[in-house]
Ligand binder design. Sequence first.
Ligand code: GDG
Length: 735
Amino acid sequence: MSKTIIVSNRLPLQLSIENGQVHSAPSVGGLATGLKSVHRDNNGLWIGWTGLTVEETPSNLQSAIDTAVQDQQCAAVELTQEDMDGFYYGFSNRTVWPLFHYFMEYAEFNEENWEIYKTVNRKFAQVVIDNLEDGDNVWVHDYQLMLLPQMIREQRPNISIGFFLHIPFPSFEVFRTLPWRDEILHGLLGADLLGFHTYDYERHFLSSVSRILGYEVSFNAITYKDRVIKVDSFPMGIDYEKFSAFAKANHEQTDTTQSELQRRLDLHATATPDAKMILSIDRLDYTKGIANRLKAFEHFLEKYPDYSEKVRLVMLAVPSRANVPQYQVLKKEIDELVGRINGKFSTVSWTPVWYFYRSMPFNNLIDLYTSCDVALITPIRDGMNLVAKEYVATRTDRTGVLILSEMAGAAKEMNEALLINPNNLSLIADTIKQALEMPVEEQKKRNKYMQSRLKRYNVEKWATDFMKKLNAVEHNRNIVKAKHVNEKRQHAIMEKFNAASKRIFFLDYDGTLRGFVNNPEDAKPDAELLEMIKKLQQPKENEVVIISGRDSVTLGEWFADVPVTLISEHGVLKKAYGREWELTETMNNDWVPTIQPVLQTFVDRTPGTFIEEKNYSLAWHYRKADPDLGEQRANELSNVIRELTSNNGLTVLSGNKVIEIKSSNVHKGKAANNHILNKDYDFIFSIGDDWTDEFMFQDLPESAITVKVGVANTAARYYVDDTDQVRELIESFIA
Ligand code: GDG
């Protein structure tokens, strides 16, 4: 039975060794909860690190640990202290984490750490491969494992692989500074589906793929070798029901059942009934904007002194990555800021900041969420931020105000929060005042919308949506009909070729017989190519047709001395060898004066693009433009032209970095079919690389050998990798 393998840096369990005994408990984190059904159903397996290095694992307890891991449907990747230092504390947290959160000055580019990152990703890959069976899906998580998708793909090309990034993907301008940017992108492109929290991260990723690797990106799909990789946004949710249920239970507690923390919070509330509490919870991380938050709170107390003794900041900072230098510096800065604020504003009966530097049990977290009137969450950058969502979910009476940084992914879905720029301290100070004074009715109105969204798009929905999309990608892959022309298939094609007595070859030119060049004029056929075509045409059984989108003058010049038939402008004109060009259909050019100026405005606005005027069509080329801008303008242009030309007999063709407008009743399929009409060819061969060639593949008789250059996603029966393989294939017809 096929299964889903989840891979993350840490396993969803907590292992501890007490008195020589191994204790294991399932982890209760958001990811573990969200993936529970994916993990438990269908015999799922979770692969990751246990939290104990090889050095920390007593050899006599190894088998007890293995059993504990297996009991939770997990498999462990064994890591040494050196692995952890280079891979986790090193490359992951000193290079990727700061860079992806736009802290470029913190990013270290250390070759040794990079080598260990690769080695450890390979260790993960090995455990995945050891547990992988045909038909399994793999879902890889987060920035520690960005090379893993490709490492798995190399060994098991047909496995469906998904990847989700929990942190932001930075803009191309930032990402390009990474020395190993190509390797990281190729690592990720091993996946079939790549998921991000927000559309912006998705856009940044696509832009990096297009600009750094130069691969074709169309909407949210990347064409890479023979695969189409989908990229999408899946904003991660929380376990809404769990937070809501714990909050309800919290309100029903009695003096004897409530926690010590809750008792203290209640005491405070009773003693100072008109005082309010502001909550701040994060891992102690420089991305979370904790220092700015404290400074903004200080500014608030200075600007609005009436709030003295009437407001308190309850701040929980959970220790994190304490052996990375920037975190130590940050800890010191926060300690000092808290000291400064408390020193400056405290009175005998009031301390403005209550500061906890520790991790708290889950029920205390609920105590804090339910007791605080305002949550102040101000990250400088944050992939999503679940704390913001959890705070809103626990407000069962719908009171409470969320102040949220617009730099958190969560801000995209939580418009009803008070959104702030975390660097604007006076705005934050004013927003704190606004939050403290917000009427209850307004609080409820805002929370109602956010809660209904959190309830609907919870963490389980996030996980199932991702898996559904991954399965759909897999399904698409399976229905792609084209088969790669390998040695065996080439042999089968040759058998048909040899048995035939009347053969025809429809050969597309650009991207098929010749690779692409920046200037269309530079793509002239080389001597070797002309020689090859002549030889193919030589036997009396063979007839060669060059069928191209090119204009007739260029084609006529290039193939002046080659005895082949030429079809130009996607089927508009035809020329038998030694004869004149003739129209294949009745055409008109009335539309050109209307459309030409529209294309010109796109040329003006998009540097590097130009118009090619053919006899019966106009083409706008954007191969030389900035790739992102080019794609964006191409989409825009297609839409504009489609609106302008609907119902007047014109077609807009999206070719390879070109948009072409021409009369709609002509295309390569029609031209090719007309050409073979009433002639008994017993071997029809057609080859091409873009959408304009799809008409040929669709319209030629079923018996035709149709071949697409590049991807398998086509109506053709076969595909080849590139123009080199095209020549190899044609050579085999000559030899
Ligand atoms: C990364 C991305 C993205 C916090 N303190 C305690 C505690 N927590 C729990 C919270 C929450 C989780 O930890 C923190 O999640 P965040 O999303 O806020 O932040 P990161 O840890 O940085 O997570 C982030 C996330 O991945 C998911 O994709 O949202 O942007 O940086 O669930 O409740 N839990 C307990 N005690 C604590 O003291 N028990």
